[in-house]
Design a protein around this ligand. Structure first.
Ligand code: UDP
Ligand code: MG
Length: 141
């Protein structure tokens, strides 16, 4: 039984422009099982805490303003080798460098507004999943 999982966010630019459904379809077609999901509007302090690793970087303030600009969809995704495989499905941070057919290549409008988040390690996935979901909201993760 494969219990590996990652944590993902559909970012405000994608939700706002009606791309939630198409992105969820690509996630399903990629073989990922959604084991928890919710739409939420982040507070400033939640966004700052979620992205605290980037505090002090030049893009931090802009990133926070963007992430609180509208609702996002947060989810836990189960798949074998989930972290690496989801990063592959979404493509590079900079959509200009993302492979054709990746979610960011298709739906990103800039480096900042790059449509989706995916955890960078299993440790991050655990922390990020716990940040948004209690055990009772999660199925098999
Ligand atoms: N970001 C940005 N400018 C940059 C680098 C990153 O606005 O120069 C934003 C972008 O939305 C990115 C997020 O900050 O997804 C987190 O950056 P990270 O380097 O962790 O990229 P990711 O792990 O999301 O690919
Ligand atoms: Mg990252």
């Amino acid at each position: 039984m494969n219990n590996d999982f990652t944590f993902a966010i559909i970012k405000p630019n994608a939700v706002r422009t009606g791309k939630t459904g198409p992105i969820l379809a690509m996630i399903n077609e990629g073989g990922f099982e959604i084991t928890a999901m919710r739409m939420v509007r982040l507070t400033k302090s939640q966004a700052e805490s979620f992205y605290s690793i980037h505090q002090g970087k030049s893009f931090f303030e802009g990133l926070i303003d963007f992430m609180i600009s509208g609702p996002v969809v947060v989810m836990i995704l189960r798949h074998e080798n989930a972290v690496a495989d989801f990063r592959k499905l979404i493509g590079a941070t900079d959509p200009g460098k993302a492979e054709p057919g990746t979610i960011r290549k298709i739906f990103a409008v800039s480096v900042q507004m790059n449509a989706v988040h995916g955890s960078d390690s299993s440790e991050s996935a655990q922390i990020e999943a716990n940040f948004f979901f209690s055990g009772i909201e999660r199925f098999n993760t």
